[in-house]
Unconditional design. Structure first.
Length: 140
């Protein structure tokens, strides 16, 4: 079977790190199983490291639990991709036309540039955008 690439947004990455109080964990586990079996490659913009870091920072946990989250995050099979300043103009245009935050538009631009689907657990933030297939994690 061919190796398919997908872009993940931070809401999906958080599912890999946290289990308590999270839904669609079976689908998140299926994504990781597909990676392990060589059927899937996971990509995300470098921005997602900061977004997930913010989730860890504000989650009600002990410091030891937060450190464990960071260790688990580092082990995830995700290739992080840097976008450049020139991409900012395109991200801004996406954010304006889709009426979403600049942060959310970063994920759409990366999926568009790579020609791969964007998988999200928060579809209200990831709007339909021409040329980008947005997949709700619950449908994976």
């Amino acid at each position: 079977m061919k190796n398919t690439k997908i872009v993940l947004d931070s809401s999906v990455i958080a599912k890999f790190i946290f289990s308590e109080g999270e839904d669609n964990l079976e689908q998140a586990d299926a994504l990781l199983a597909d990676v392990k079996n060589g059927h899937l490659s996971l990509l995300a913009p470098s921005l997602s490291k900061c977004e997930v870091g913010n989730v860890i920072r504000f989650r009600k946990m002990t410091e030891a639990e937060k450190m464990a989250c960071w260790k688990n995050f580092k082990k995830l099979p995700i290739k992080f991709i840097d976008l450049n300043l020139s991409d900012g103009i395109l991200i801004q245009a996406i954010a304006e036309s889709a009426n979403i935050t600049f942060y959310d538009a970063v994920f759409i631009l990366l999926a568009k540039k790579l020609g791969v689907p964007l998988v999200t657990a928060n579809p209200k933030h990831q709007k339909v955008f021409p040329g980008v297939k947005v997949v709700n994690l619950k449908d994976y």
